[in-house]
Every structure is written in structure tokens, then in C-alpha cells.
Design a protein around this ligand. Structure first.
Ligand code: GAP
Length: 550
């Protein structure tokens, strides 16, 4: 591994470890061995996530006259997902490697071409021997072992791979080729592709689907396995509902209600944030990709023909917003989708990307979704999801007044992915020298003060001489003003400062012996470690001012 790469994966490990140590993110159901790819946001994590989502809401809804909010139910009518295409299209082709049992998405697999050799790369020599034997037994060929690699397979053409002896020009045996190999091992020995729906399916109400299935099986004993399976699948589908895989669809479905109740004029948006669920095949990079996650999405309805300008407008606004809360704005960028990357409903799309430890990757999509969604929901529901602009001339008739289906620009961001981005962005280590001249590493989470879980820690220097009472009085002043403050008297003052540096607390206020004498306290800045002495009576105003100006 290169030095840079190892430093990057080091950063990820440090962030995962700090997340656990300081109560940002825990593995779900940890005492039972954990649940794969599910995470719980701990005492500090829940604050950070809410602060991030509240900042988004502030900038997308409260600060705009042209956007309104929505909080829709997670389980919607199943026809929503038929209309949106999620039931038919939200599925990935899945394949298993017959040797290693690795499961992967066919559309993301490496695609060697004619003439390429296909080394099967194993984790160690023991595994290479095991796989050599397994391949020998199953396919009657003996691949050559070269350290951890199994050699001899080569792509012949689009549909065939062959086993070649060392130096041989003609294949000893040929096998069908699917056009790709397994990502981890490079194996061409693969199962059939199977479609896998990413939506979580469940049942609503007291439907006894098991009873229906049992009756169906009893009545159809003569059916073969394939027919039975299709019949059972239909029974399950008939009564199934789904956990939403995106928050977006509710905003299309509630387009008319929101527009009419709030008398919104196009262009206008509907924003929503909350949980989404996807049965992801590959969950990766801690909370980057998980099965349960939170999104912050906005559907912005515009006049047909104006979508290209609005797409650029929202791309720039969203990029600016992510940067405004970060320490390293240059780590955020955007990338236009290539034609073959575009979703079926989009005529253009940008990804806002962040430079993660593994490289640039998606943080938010800003898509131009055309009028696809409103049209589809109108078709399936029979509702008239259009907008009438009495001021505009209808381009077809030339008459005053234009009724049209609005086009949509959608900035769709990951809130939980945003939490990971800002933890990575904020993690900082520096060498400091203590009062005795010893060097130590200070870990500080340089979270933007508006994102910081605790805004101010109030610390009595010692647990006597009236200091705890004064500290508690000050904390209650912060609470009354709606500022999340924390009283903290555990351990020596230096240790408490370090703990709050790691928690990302921007300000620590210390009540000391002088407070009782002249009513002053010290306020310490997390990033510079500078301390100012200010009147305790001004502490609330000082913190409020610093938060507003941060
Ligand atoms: N409505 C459009 C939509 O949902 P998306 O690109 O699939 O688009 C938007 O999702 C954002 O949601 C992504 O950019 C990402 O930040 C976040 N996201 C998607 N799948 C995720 C997952 N499995 N885990 C965490 N975040 C996810």
C-alpha cells in the first residue's frame, strides 16, 4: 500500500474509532454481535446529524420563499412504487462466484476482453490451493498455482473463456463467458444472474399471507417448483407494502396538495428529509452506504424549457452549502454524469462529490428529472398533476394561459453520508506541549460550530467553593436560550478540555476562584486554545454572537 493510501485508510480508522469512543456512532445491536451495516447514532452523533439536517432545512425551506416542507409516511401505497418504476426497475443483477461464493453486482464487475488472461487472485497460498482443488473437481481442469494466483484461464471471445496449458496456443477446455469476472478474485466461474429488488418488503395490517400461501400450495400440488414459486411470489406481492427507498416520491404524490394549500407559483419546491431503506448488496465504508439511512431531498418544479438553467443554479447552491460548513472546501466538487450513467428519468445530472479516503465519490445528486415523475403518477392515479399559469401564453395554441406538467430539478443529498463527510473533514491531530514541557498529540474535531453537538461546556475548576453552583446557573441560562450546553466536572481541567476537543465542542467556559471575586469566567476557543476572560453576565451573549458569526 502506498504511503498516501495507508494515511487515508488510517484516517478512516481514526474516525471510526473516535466515533465509538466519543459516542457519535455505534454498531447496531453490538451486544448481540452487531447487525451488518446497521448503525446507531449515539449521544453526540444524534446531535450532529440533527444539526446537519436542521441546517439543510434552514437553508432549503426557512430561508426561501419558494420552497415548502413535507413530512410524509415511510410506507406509501404500493402503486406509488409501480408508477415510479421502483418495483420493476429498482433491482440489480446479482451473481455468485461458484468457487469463492463472493456475491456481486454484474453491472459493476470488471470486464476483461478477448485475449486477456484471467488470473484468479487468492488471499493467500492456502486459499489458492483450496480453490485450485475446487476448480479441478468441478470443471476437470488443473490451473497452475503461482504463489497466490491461479493461472491458465483466458478470454477467447465475447461468449467464451478457455483453459490453456502453459505455453499452449489452443484451449484444452472452453466454458461460457458472461463478459465479466468476479471483482475480488477475478473468477470467470459464475452463477446465473438473478434480479434482486432493493426495496424492503413488508405487510401492512392483519393480512394472513402465510395462510393464503399454504392454501395455494395445497391446491396446486401438481405444479413444478418454478410455477409454485411464481404463484407464491404473486400472493406475497398482492398484500405487500414497501419501506420507501427514497423520500422523493411523496413530494410528487403530494404535489397538488402542497401547491394548492400554500398557493405556490412555479418555480417552487417541496423539501423533505428522513429515513430511506435499501437492501444494498454492498454496504461499505462505515456509514457511507448502509441499508437504513437518511436523505435530504427537494423537488423543484419549473416551467418546461427552463430546466437546464435551474439545474446549474441548484448544483452551484448545493456545492456552496456543503463547502460553507467545511474546513476544506476544495475537497468538494461536482461531476456531470455521462450519457450512459443517466437514470431513465433524467435528461442531465451532476453528482456533488467529496474526496473521501478512497477517492472522490458521491455525496449528493442534482438531477434534472424532466416531467417523468408527475406524468407517471398522473397516468397511474388518474389525478391531474399539472399547473396552470394564467400569465403565460400556451406555446402550442398561442392563446393566453398555459397548462403544463412541470419539469423537476432534484437536489438529493445523503444526511448520514453528510455526517461521515463532516467527521472526516473535521478530524485533526496536532502536537502540543504541556505545562511540564512534554509533547502530546491533541485530537480535535473541528466541526463547524453550528454542527457541533455541544455548543458550550461549562466547567467548574474544582467541585467546591460555590463553583459548581455558578456553573449550573450558567448552563441553565444557555438552555433557556436554546443553546445545547453541558455541565462537566469530571477529571482535571486539562483532561476535560481534551475530551471536549474530541467531541468538537467549540467553547469551554471555566468557573474558577476569580469568578466568585469579580464575576468573570474564562472562555476557551477549541481551535486556537486561546482563553479570554469575560464577565459571566456576558457569557451567553458572547457565545450567541460567536455562533451567529461562525
Ligand atoms: N431521489 C433520488 C435519489 O434517491 P440517490 O442518488 O439514489 O438519488 C441520493 O440518493 C443520496 O442519498 C446519495 O447521493 C447519497 O448521499 C444518499 N444515499 C443513497 N443510498 C445510500 C445508502 N445506501 N446509504 C447511505 N446514503 C445513501
Amino acid at each position: 500500500m502506498s504511503k498516501q493510501k495507508s494515511a487515508e485508510s488510517d484516517l478512516m480508522q481514526k474516525v471510526v474509532s473516535l466515533s465509538k469512543r466519543r459516542g457519535f456512532v455505534f454498531q447496531s445491536s453490538e451486544i448481540y454481535g452487531g447487525l451488518k451495516s446497521a448503525y446507531d447514532y449515539g449521544p453526540l452523533g444524534v446531535e450532529l446529524k440533527r444539526n446537519l439536517m436542521n441546517e439543510w432545512w434552514r437553508s432549503m425551506v426557512h430561508e426561501r420563499e419558494d420552497v415548502v416542507g413535507l413530512d410524509a409516511s415511510i410506507v406509501m401505497h404500493p402503486k406509488v412504487w409501480q408508477a415510479s418504476g421502483h418495483l420493476a426497475g429498482f433491482s440489480d443483477p446479482l451473481v455468485d462466484c461458484l468457487i469463492s461464493k463472493e456475491r456481486f453486482r454484474a453491472d459493476k464487475a470488471p470486464r476483461p476482453v478477448a485475449g486477456d488472461s484471467l488470473p484468479i487472485t487468492c488471499a493467500d497460498k492456502g486459499q489458492a490451493k483450496k480453490y485450485q482443488e475446487a476448480i479441478g473437481k468441478r470443471f476437470e481442469i488443473e490451473l497452475r498455482r503461482e504463489g497466490t494466483r491461479l493461472m491458465g484461464m483466458r478470454v477467447i471471445d465475447d461468449a467464451t473463456v478457455g483453459f490453456f496449458e502453459d505455453g499452449g496456443e489452443e484451449p484444452v477446455r472452453t466454458f461460457p463467458y458472461r463478459g465479466y469476472v468476479s471483482p475480488a478474485f477475478g473468477s470467470p466461474f459464475l452463477s446465473e444472474e438473478r434480479q434482486f429488488n432493493l426495496m424492503f418488503r413488508t405487510q401492512l395490517g392483519a393480512v394472513d399471507v402465510m395462510g393464503d400461501i399454504a392454501a395455494f400450495v395445497a391446491e396446486n400440488k401438481e405444479m413444478d417448483q418454478k410455477e409454485l414459486r411464481a404463484g407464491i411470489e404473486q400472493k406475497v406481492k398482492d398484500s405487500a407494502v414497501y419501506l420507501r427507498p427514497e423520500t422523493a416520491q411523496a413530494m410528487f404524490v403530494q404535489f397538488l396538495n402542497c401547491q394548492q394549500t400554500m398557493s405556490m407559483k412555479v418555480p417552487f419546491g417541496i423539501a423533505q428529509m428522513g429515513k430511506s431503506f435499501r437492501n444494498e448488496i454492498t454496504t461499505e465504508h462505515f456509514i457511507f452506504r448502509s441499508c437504513e439511512f437518511e436523505q435530504m431531498e427537494m423537488e423543484f418544479f419549473v416551467e418546461p424549457g427552463t430546466q437546464a438553467d435551474w439545474l446549474e443554479y441548484w448544483r452551484d447552491r448545493r456545492l456552496e452549502w456543503w463547502r460553507s460548513l467545511s474546513n476544506n472546501p476544495d475537497k468538494f466538487t461536482y461531476r456531470a454524469h455521462d450519457e450512459d450513467e443517466l437514470a431513465h428519468y433524467a435528461d442531465a445530472c451532476y453528482d456533488i462529490e467529496y474526496d473521501y479516503p478512497w477517492g472522490f465519490d458521491e455525496l449528493e445528486g442534482v438531477a434534472s428529472r424532466t416531467d417523468y415523475d408527475l406524468r407517471k403518477h398522473a397516468e397511474h392515479s388518474g389525478a391531474k398533476l399539472t399547473y396552470f399559469d394564467p400569465q403565460k401564453e400556451d406555446p402550442e395554441t398561442g392563446k393566453n394561459g398555459w397548462r403544463y406538467t412541470p419539469y423537476v430539478i432534484e437536489p438529493a443529498a445523503g444526511a448520514t453520508r453528510g455526517v461521515l463527510v463532516y467527521l472526516l473533514d473535521a478530524y485533526h491531530e496536532e502536537t502540543v506541549t504541556d505545562a511540564k514541557g512534554n509533547e502530546a498529540t491533541r485530537v480535535v474535531l473541528k466541526l463547524h460550530p453550528r454542527l457541533a453537538p455541544i455548543k458550550v461546556a461549562v466547567l467548574p475548576l474544582i467541585k467546591k467553593d460555590g463553583m459548581p453552583e455558578l456553573a449550573r446557573e450558567l448552563v441553565s441560562r444557555f438552555f433557556k436560550a436554546g443553546i445545547n450546553a453541558r455541565y462537566d466536572e469530571q477529571h482535571a481541567i486539562g483532561k476535560r478540555y481534551r475530551r471536549h476537543d474530541e467531541a468538537g465542542t467549540p467553547y469551554c467556559i471555566t468557573i474558577d476562584g476569580q469568578t466568585g471575586e469579580d464575576g468573570t469566567v474564562t472562555i476557551r476557543d477549541r481551535d486556537t486554545m486561546e482563553q479570554d476572560r469575560i464577565p459571566m453576565a456576558d457569557a451567553l451573549a458572547v457565545v450567541q454572537e460567536r455562533l451567529v458569526n461562525s
